[in-house]
Ligand binder design. Structure first.
Ligand code: ADP
Ligand code: MG
Length: 443
């Protein structure tokens, strides 16, 4: 079966996976994939939505590499086609509603539910607000504005609201859209001269979920269109939920729309504490049918601390490895996989912003403070560490780095570098802190 030259690589992959995965997993995620073409060169797959595609790539990377034809870079040669939902075949029968999907069922990631969202002090408030909104759409908090850093579960919470609201009332018309997709929709309708139709369609919604509103910044024409739709829906008591990487006040949008976004409830998703991270790891790994012991989960959680998506990446790699090699997950294995992960991220070009972000997270100070004039002890320390790392990790001139720290001179920078370098020689805590910052610098 492990013949590289097989003409049916996808079928071989399927028979292998069928043995390995649980029936639920197989039925939910693998069965919906249809093969359109398979040869020694490439495989073309039709998937019902992007989530299935991502699930396949995230969870079966190793197996795909074994069975499917590879491209030069060593990645499997797969082309994905997203299944077109009946749209094309049903010409304009219903005039009022844009025929987006054949049923009311909103398109949501099936795994992003409240049951799968692990609660901890960092997200208890926002989770309750989300449940409140799903229970009484249009009545509790409108709009609900969820903000927080990358990979902390904003999209997950938003889809959970969609699932719960729909379960409670199947008649609700719910649409979940990324800001990018909204803009694309708008561009398309402008091109097809069907903007009115699009507007009408959006105004028939009961719940609108808008992901990553920060992408509306600096897109003036779209901002106006969005504001109009937003107001039209809010005025009819239709529920709007918005996610963003920053709070409304920090978005570069018109004052008017910012004020509107603050009308309802603004809730923050924070970085989960150690205990919550351990619980997330255990939950996710069990879900993947590859349970990880408390001790190992603890070890991973100690090393990856500011991004749940990264935690998941580690779990995926571990599970794939354990499954393929048919071995138990050990601490050594975790160590080597974490090393690989961090090596990959350190090969990517690091920017001053990455350093500032990572330091600000660890030392719980704001990036603006690090680059500002404050002489407060913690801030000054965070600044010196940032300067040290910038000199160590960046390929930039001292002048340029110093400039990135506000009006500091390059001798300030050198002074900071010397001070930290000296301290590092006999301060283990500092060493550990710098190690952590470095590991968590994201691409
Ligand atoms: P964001 O939209 O904030 O960037 P996502 O919602 O995409 O983040 O979350 C990234 C990943 O982390 C998802 O797979 C999500 O399921 C997971 N995740 C984040 N927070 C939690 C949590 N508290 N419990 C379980 N999974 C979580
Ligand atoms: Mg998101």
């Amino acid at each position: 079966m492990l013949d590289c030259k097989t003409k049916q690589p996808w079928n071989d992959f399927l028979s292998f996976i069928k043995e390995k995965s649980s029936p639920t997993e197989y039925n939910n995620w693998i069965s919906p994939i249809a093969v359109i073409e398979q040869s020694e060169e490439k495989v073309v797959l039709q998937v019902p939505n992007i989530f299935v595609q991502e699930y396949l790539l995230d969870n079966y990377k190793k197996e795909l590499c074994i069975f499917l034809p590879l491209q030069k870079q060593g990645i499997p040669y797969i082309e994905f086609v997203i299944e077109q939902p009946l749209k094309k075949k049903m010409p304009e029968i219903k005039k009022e509603r844009a025929p987006v999907f054949s049923s009311n069922k909103p398109v949501l990631n099936p795994l992003y539910t409240f049951e799968n969202y692990i609660e901890g002090p960092s997200n208890q408030f926002v989770k309750s607000a989300a449940i409140g909104t799903a229970t009484k759409p249009g009545k509790a908090y409108n709009p609900l504005f969820i903000h927080g850093g990358v990979g902390l579960g904003k999209t997950h919470l938003m889809h959970s609201i969609g699932h719960m609201a729909f379960e409670k009332n199947k008649n609700l018309k719910i649409k979940c859209i990324t800001t990018e997709a909204f803009i694309n929709d708008l561009v398309d309708s402008l091109r097809n001269k069907s903007v009115d139709k699009m507007k009408k369609y959006y105004r028939t919604l009961d719940i609108l979920l808008v992901d990553d509103i920060q992408f509306l910044q600096n897109r003036l024409n779209f901002e106006e269109e969005f504001s109009n739709m937003f107001e039209a829906l809010i005025n009819q008591n239709k529920q709007i939920i918005i996610t963003s990487d920053k709070p409304p006040s920090e978005l570069k949008l018109s004052e008017r729309i910012k004020a509107r976004m603050e009308w309802g409830l603004v809730a923050n998703v924070g970085i989960p504490d150690l205990e919550t991270r351990v619980a997330i790891i255990q939950h996710k790994s069990e879900q993947k049918g590859c349970p990880i012991s408390h001790q190992i989960a603890f070890y991973i959680a100690e090393h990856i601390y500011n991004n749940v998506r990264q935690l998941e990446g580690a779990i995926n790699r571990l599970c794939a490895y354990a499954r393929i090699m048919q071995v138990e997950i050990t601490e050594e294995m975790v160590e080597s996989i974490l090393k690989q992960m961090f090596q990959i991220s350190s090969e990517k070009k690091v920017s001053i912003q990455d350093i500032l972000k990572s330091v600000s997270t660890l030392f719980e100070v704001r990036v603006g403070d690090i680059t500002g004039p404050s002489r407060q002890k913690e801030i000054a320390k965070a600044r010196q560490i940032s300067m040290y790392l910038a000199k160590e990790l960046l390929d930039e001139s001292l002048m340029k780095i110093a400039a990135a720290f506000g009006k500091k001179t390059h001798s300030t920078l050198l002074h900071a570098w010397n001070k930290i370098a000296l301290e590092l020689k006999n301060n283990d805590t500092l060493k550990r802190q710098i190690d952590m910052v470095q590991k968590n610098i994201e691409s």
